[in-house]
Write a protein that binds this ligand. Sequence first.
Ligand code: UD1
Ligand code: CA
Length: 473
Amino acid sequence: MDIKCEIVVMAAGKGTRMRSPLPKVLHKISGWPILRHVFTAIEGLSAERIYPILGHGLEAVQSEIESWRADGMQVPVTVCEQKEQKGTGHALQVALEAVSKNGAKLPVVILSGDGPLITSDVLQSLLLKHQESQAQFTVGGMELENPFGYGRLVQENGLVKKCVEEKDASDIEREIQLVNGGIYVAENSLLEELLPKLSPSSVTGELYLTELIELGAKADKKIITEVVAPKYLHGVNDFEQLSRAQRILWGRKVKDCMREGVRIEDSNHTYIEMMVEIGQGTRIEPNVYIYGNSKIGRNVTIQSGSRLENVEIADNVMIKAHSVLQNSTVREGAVVGPMAHLRPGADLGPGSKVGNYVEVKKSVIGKGSKVSHLSYVGDAEIGEDVNIGCGFVACNYDGVKKSKTTIEDRAFIGSSVQAIAPVTIHADSYVSTGSVINRDVPSGDLSIARARQVNKEGYARKFLPKKNAFKEE
Ligand code: UD1
Ligand code: CA
């Protein structure tokens, strides 16, 4: 059963430890800004509205949020501005003003914008525990072997009495391993009654949200904790923590893929971003990266060391080792690599082949056509069943503009041919090895565009001994 709620996301902090000009919550992890992971978890709840509290980089964060809404995110959003970051308690005060303005009386879920590992299920179970226990305030807690740095939750008779921050804790309190995970569910009435009563910390001058626990306990409110596994609550304050969260997210995605019938040979060394879709029967070797909005079909093989970003790969494709593909389309049964480079706009037809050390940019390669070795195909349109020999270059750039090379169906291009664009090699023609083509080749013709060979009889035999006499030791 879904429990209706309001959501406050605290994300005004600067993220000083990142030492980065980007607001902390906009750093990407698994293809999404940290904050988007939080919003995605929230989307799984029956949330009436999200109140993100923004401060540092407000405009940048706000426009990101708007772009997610344009992408189809349904939950309404009211951005609250916390001009000065005077603590988590102050942040919540700012949000409560907006919540009250909307007349909302639902339970309020409060979480941090820097916790990308949170899931709908975890938030759901926190809400459920809160409701079933008829609590007024529920804290998501974690049991940590090393609780250093976290607020410790002091309990009595199964109720939480206070949260002591590291720097304020006594030696005995520091031994407590149950810590505040930084997610909460609060009754609206408790917030309205107690939030105005927070007092600044004598150490930092900030208002701590966690003081609500002590104030609540004194006022006989029912304050409980629900223990959540740390892998859902790890926050990101610096790049070390970002990397740890990243590892957990890689692991989750890989597990999801395996459950869907994708064979991943080494789940610890496969890196797939959130939005990627992969069909059943596909096999992925170690050290493969798949990024962005990539869609991979069924029964595809992706060999080790390949990096794919925003690609569309049809069924039965083979991507051989160490290939790099970006914003490209590979159709049914095509073979790519090893060590091929598909740059944006490459479109490989069904059953086509792009072999080792071949770079393709903004070019269509027709059905069954082959570019097997050491070539550059840029701004080209290649028809069906074309064979391009080793070392072909589409000379597409004259230093000012890019021009197009067209090679029509069934043309045969010998090795080491250069096509100086714009140029068209028509259907069923044959271009000899070593040609430099700068005029169109008519259909059915043989084109030879290279200097005629001259053999000088006996020259080498006469010349070589003289040359050797002058050789320096
Ligand atoms: C907080 C808790 C601590 C808990 C830990 C769990 C408090 C006082 N302490 O500490 O008990 O163990 O989380 O991770 O709450 N923020 C604002 N405005 C502010 C201050 C902070 O929006 O004025 C936002 C931050 O951007 C961040 C979140 O609130 O997303 C948490 O603040 P942070 O300073 O990271 O708190 P912690 O020290 O981690
Ligand atoms: Ca934090």
